[in-house]
Design a protein around this ligand. Structure first.
Ligand code: ATP
Ligand code: MG
Length: 497
């Protein structure tokens, strides 16, 4: 590289959590204006490394240099004083404060005295509107969607004076269009001479955006690639340590004779209107659309979490109207929400407890033994999804983001259900594990006759796994295509029309 002194360097970093080795002897550097991506499977150590760089964790071993001088961060504030800011993988905004307040909180971190509030405020708006000009800065953060919150976190990091920015999976909840805007914005930041570490499981996006790619595997530096010449296969091979085993599920013809779920004219003012479709036995139906298309709102309504204004839902031919999710579950319809952190996990409990809680009634007889059976089953499902964990007794929060997801998905797949609605099931999950999850879904439809609706922002994912794809836009159904006929461009056109 032509740059003499890197703006940032981490040398020989190791990190242990008790006996668990999360990182071993990893070195990375960052040049001025460079976008350096860190990729790796779930649990490879990406977030741990970023947490060390931003001062949240102390490394067990190793040194950190900013502008050539060694530093020892005691806290994230320390790191920020050295010009490092992070948009973390998990949302870390104050939900009861406004978007503005959250951004300002980040931006004045160095101390309140001597802050030019007006200027800081302008900066906040400027950056917010660069990532999304539809977000109202005065809105309360808790009223925003997960995707919008993610964008606010990015604006918060960028609105600081930090020269070194860390984006840990910023696009995980974004759809195609927002992703494009965000990538353009990060490129613009780099052109202004700011530098970034960038983490994503979307490998095409990584290739497009980065200058350099570092691959972590099991906490070890597995290789460095130049983004301009790296191929997708090469990236996957380095991540997994073996040739990729990814691709689409085979195309099949699900008989459209036995609708399990019939939705007709479903309407909820301001959310979605006149939504009609059938889901057939053993089918995987994909639901595509941009943020705000009303997909999650529709799913929640079918699940009984909200009331429909008009329309009917039939489950196995019988008209149903669930008063609450509890009733939906009793009838055999379950929903895995997209906001798993808030609605899906119990952060204070262990992996085992988190896994056991919702399925307990299926295993009530001889609670103890059956509970162990259940854990074994979930464990084996999670292993099929390539979950990385040490012991089921550890708190669920000790798992990496992607591995938490795998357990939550496994736990839901354990339920006896006729219809399962999965909202963004593979968000934040690495490419190999994604393939495994898709295979598990396929098997469930074939072996148990389960019918599945997958809501996903990633068209590629739907094109890999769904039998048919429903496209929504601004609350209405714009079309339905069999996977055989669907293309990414075609879906996108429908989604934006
Ligand atoms: N607080 C903790 N206590 C114990 N182990 C931890 C803790 N934080 C992380 N680990 C372990 O460190 C390893 C690396 O986790 P990390 O979160 O860095 O992975 P990641 O590469 O970011 O994965 P993902 O793609 O799923 O986000 C994992 O095996 C995880 O279980
Ligand atoms: Mg992570």
């Amino acid at each position: 590289m032509s740059h003499p002194v890197p703006v940032f360097e981490a040398r020989n970093i190791s990190k242990y959590f008790g006996p668990v080795r999360a990182l071993s002897n990893v070195s990375v550097s960052l040049n001025r204006g460079e976008i350096h991506s860190i990729i790796g499977e779930n649990g490879a150590g990406k977030s741990t490394l970023m947490n060390i760089i931003c001062g949240r964790f102390a490394p067990t071993e190793g040194q950190i240099f900013v502008g050539g001088a060694q530093v020892h961060f005691q806290s994230p504030n320390d790191a920020q004083r050295h010009g490092i800011a992070i948009a973390p993988q998990e949302i870390s905004l104050v939900p009861d404060l406004s978007v503005y307040e959250n951004i300002l909180l980040g931006a004045h971190c160095g101390g309140i005295v001597g802050i030019d509030w007006r200027k800081t405020r302008e900066r906040a708006t400027h950056h917010l509107h660069q990532v999304d000009n539809s977000i109202n800065p005065r809105a309360k953060v808790s009223n925003l969607s997960k995707a919008q919150q993610q964008l606010v976190q990015i604006a918060r990091a960028a609105a600081t004076e930090a020269r070194i920015l860390i984006f840990d999976e910023p696009t995980a909840s974004l759809t195609y269009r927002e992703e494009g805007v965000l990538l353009g914005y990060i490129e613009a930041l780099a052109r202004l001479g700011r530098s970034a570490f960038y983490i994503s499981h979307r490998l095409d996006e990584v290739r497009r955006l980065s200058d350099r790619i570092t691959v972590l595997r099991d906490g070890v530096h597995a290789g460095e690639l130049s983004a301009k010449v790296a191929t997708r296969d090469e990236m996957v091979r380095l991540m997994a340590g073996r040739p990729p085993k990814i691709g689409a599920q085979s195309i099949r013809n699900v008989a459209q004779t036995q609708p399990v779920l019939e939705v007709e004219g479903l309407t909820r003012a301001g959310e979605f209107e006149n939504v009609s479709f059938n889901l057939y036995k053993g089918e995987i139906l994909g639901v595509s659309g941009l943020i705000g298309a009303g997909r999650t709102e529709m799913a929640k309504c079918i699940f009984g979490a909200t009331r429909a204004k008009a329309g009917t839902i039939r489950l196995e031919g019988k008209k149903v109207s669930f008063d609450s999710p509890y009733h939906a579950i009793r009838a055999g319809l379950v929903y895995l929400p997209e906001e798993r952190k808030q609605e899906g996990i119990f952060p204070l409990l262990s992996i085992a407890e988190n896994t056991a809680l919702p399925t307990l009634n299926r295993f009530t007889s001889f609670l103890r033994i059956r509970n162990r059976d259940m854990l074994t089953e979930v464990e084996s499902l999670a292993e099929q999804m390539k979950a990385k964990f040490n012991s089921l007794k550890e708190p669920i929060t000790s798992l990496s983001g992607g591995n938490q997801q795998k357990f939550i998905i496994a736990r839901w797949l354990m339920r006896d259900a006729k219809v399962m609605i999965l909202d963004e099931p593979t968000r934040g999950i690495d490419v190999n594990a994604k393939f495994e999850i898709q295979s598990v879904l396929r098997r469930l439809t074939e072996e148990r006759g389960l019918s599945i609706i997958v809501v996903s922002s990633e068209m590629e994912e739907l094109l890999d796994v769904a039998d048919r794809i429903l496209v929504m836009h601004e609350g209405s159904v714009k079309g339905m295509a069999s996977r055989e006929d669907a293309t990414q461009e075609g879906l996108l056109q429908l989604a934006m029309s």
